[in-house]
Write a new protein. Structure first.
Length: 128
């Protein structure tokens, strides 16, 4: 699959596209006020660095509207399926799998890194 262009996801998603592109990732989809990005596992360190920057910029933007608002980030790893999915003629890029389900069921915090990703980073398997 090739890179997604900003015209495919809308002009209001340029910040998410930049965050994903900075670590060889990709914007998958927006679901209300949630965005789903994916990154290659060997770029986890770079992805986390970019997501922290994205979180800081996003929180500053939201604070302009309401000081109580903030951007929360969850980072996980696991096997998923990504590609065109949906009814014939209405296919769209999506990502599904138990790793994603587990990530969304995990407790929310400002910046949550799953134990699996933390272990990869601690083992030095990811120069990122």
């Amino acid at each position: 699959m090739g890179p997604i262009q900003s015209s495919e996801v809308g002009p209001d998603r340029s910040s998410e596209l930049k965050a994903a592109a900075a670590a060889d990732g990709r914007f998958i989809k927006a679901m209300g006020d949630i965005v789903l990005l994916s990154f290659p596992i060997d770029r986890a360190a770079a992805a986390i660095q970019e997501l922290r920057s994205f979180q800081e910029r996003g929180t500053k933007l939201w604070h302009f509207f309401d000081e109580r608002c903030r951007v929360q980030v969850k980072v996980g790893a696991g096997t998923v399926q990504c590609g065109l999915m949906g009814a014939p003629g209405a296919e769209r890029i999506d990502l599904v799998g138990n790793a994603l389900n587990a990530l969304f069921k995990a407790t929310w915090s400002d910046f949550d890194i799953s134990p699996g990703v933390a272990a990869l980073l601690a083992d030095g398997q990811n120069a990122g």
